[in-house]
Design a protein around this ligand. Structure first.
Ligand SMILES: [Mn+2]
Length: 314
């Protein structure tokens, strides 16, 4: 704990004392994962954000949402992500969870210059006036103990409401809380609201127990890869659960990640947006100055410009 504290201190973290009481319950089991993330952060503190790299006509968006970058694992497509960040600017950048894969830090920590450059790029954006909001997911859950803090210009939030340019209110969450609902979707359809609420809280308890025994989070996206024949049904159940939550909160829509499947669609009057991932699909959700939302597939954009050859060679 002290390790992270000093790392955050060197990054100039400002503790917002007034907000500390709003934090969700502390999670003692997550403390053992702190030193490795602390090490990563202290490494960052040693290197101040680099000046902006050569930029060829960066595209401007009102808002960019990205999630599931899983930096810290070999699977992260950091070259593509770095290229995307360098060619796209925005007023507000949302990091919608599973950005640094803290969960796996214990066993398979993988970090190279490109992963570092991605973090520097984000810190550089924050320094240059982009509002950066980080909503942790299950793989970087350790950061949920630090929500409502400002870390090097990045606001950590448990969840947040984004207001679009055309005044729609979108709940921004990672989405892992709905794993339990999806897992038991068939029963829940028959059992009703109380069972639904029970499944939501059981999911947190279930994964807290797994954590205590050193087991990884039960990950829906990982599960889907092994159960491809049911993937369509699972994705659909997940989307329904998330849209239901948005409806109950009285918002116009939701932005989430977690299942590594980018999509924008209306679901019974609720706008469902998933920004995808940077392990396979290399997608982002972007909003323009009028409030139009769109999914960008960066590998497609790079292929059009020939930039993908450069990224693979890097
Ligand atoms: Mn996740």
């Amino acid at each position: 704990m002290a390790f992270l504290g000093s790392a955050l201190g060197r990054l100039g973290v400002r503790r917002d004392a007034q907000n500390l009481d709003d934090r969700p319950k502390q999670n003692p089991a997550s403390q053992k994962r702190v030193p490795r993330i602390g090490g990563a952060l202290s490494g960052l503190a040693a290197n101040r954000p680099a000046p902006p790299a050569r930029r060829h006509d960066p595209k401007h968006h009102r808002t960019i949402f990205i999630s599931d970058t899983h930096l810290g694992t070999r699977g992260a497509k950091a070259n593509y992500l770095l290229d995307f960040l360098r060619h796209n600017e925005c007023e507000t950048l949302y990091l919608v969870g599973d950005i640094i894969d803290g969960w796996r830090l214990q066993r398979h920590w993988f970090w190279n210059k490109t992963h570092d450059a991605v973090i520097q790029e984000v810190l550089g954006k924050a320094q240059n006036g982009t509002k950066v909001i980080y909503v942790p997911g299950n793989h970087d859950e350790v950061l949920r103990d630090y929500v409502n803090l400002n870390v090097a210009g990045i606001e950590l939030k448990y969840e947040v409401i984004h207001e679009t340019a055309d005044n729609r209110r979108l709940l921004v969450i990672h989405g892992d809380h709905f794993d339990g609902v999806v897992k038991y979707a068939k029963w829940l359809a028959h059992l009703g609201d109380w069972a639904y609420a029970a499944a939501l809280s059981a999911n947190d308890g279930f994964n807290a127990v797994r954590r205590r025994f050193g087991l990884p989070y039960w990950s829906l996206s990982a599960y889907l890869k092994h159960k491809v024949k049911n993937a369509v049904e699972y994705i659909s159940n997940y989307q329904t659960a998330v849209a239901r939550e948005a409806r109950e909160r009285g918002v116009d829509g939701v932005v989430c990640g977690h299942i590594h499947y980018a999509e924008i669609k209306m679901m019974d009057g609720i706008l469902y947006c998933n920004d995808g991932d940077w392990v396979e699909s290399c997608t982002a959700l972007v909003e323009d100055s009028l409030g139009n939302l769109e999914i960008v597939r960066w590998t497609d954009v790079m292929a059009e410009t020939g930039a993908d050859r450069r990224a693979r060679a890097a």
